[in-house]
Design a protein. Sequence first.
Length: 116
Amino acid sequence: MTILYYPKCSTCKKAIKWLDDHGLTYEKRDIVQDNPSADELKAYHQLSGQPLRKFFNTSGKLYREQKLATKLPMMSEEEMYALLATNGMLVKRPLLITEDQVLIGFNDQKWQDALL
């Protein structure tokens, strides 16, 4: 399993601590230095079963600066994948990718139900 995270993100730090505390093996991938491609994001989206808008870091500075709340409803999925692939700070984090699922953000109970 792989966790896409931002090293300065407190929620990402909690998620990594949770994985460690539960003895789970994972690889870390810095979402800013190694941002997922549009094709990867498309695959993650399909595996997640979640709406694509859930992949956007709606509380992020970049999201607000680009006024994406008003722009996203008019964009196609392909345009959204391409936009997310431009900058890891646009992507909701952490993303936990396993063989059969993608978990968006960190929620102790959801992660426990999905992974333990």
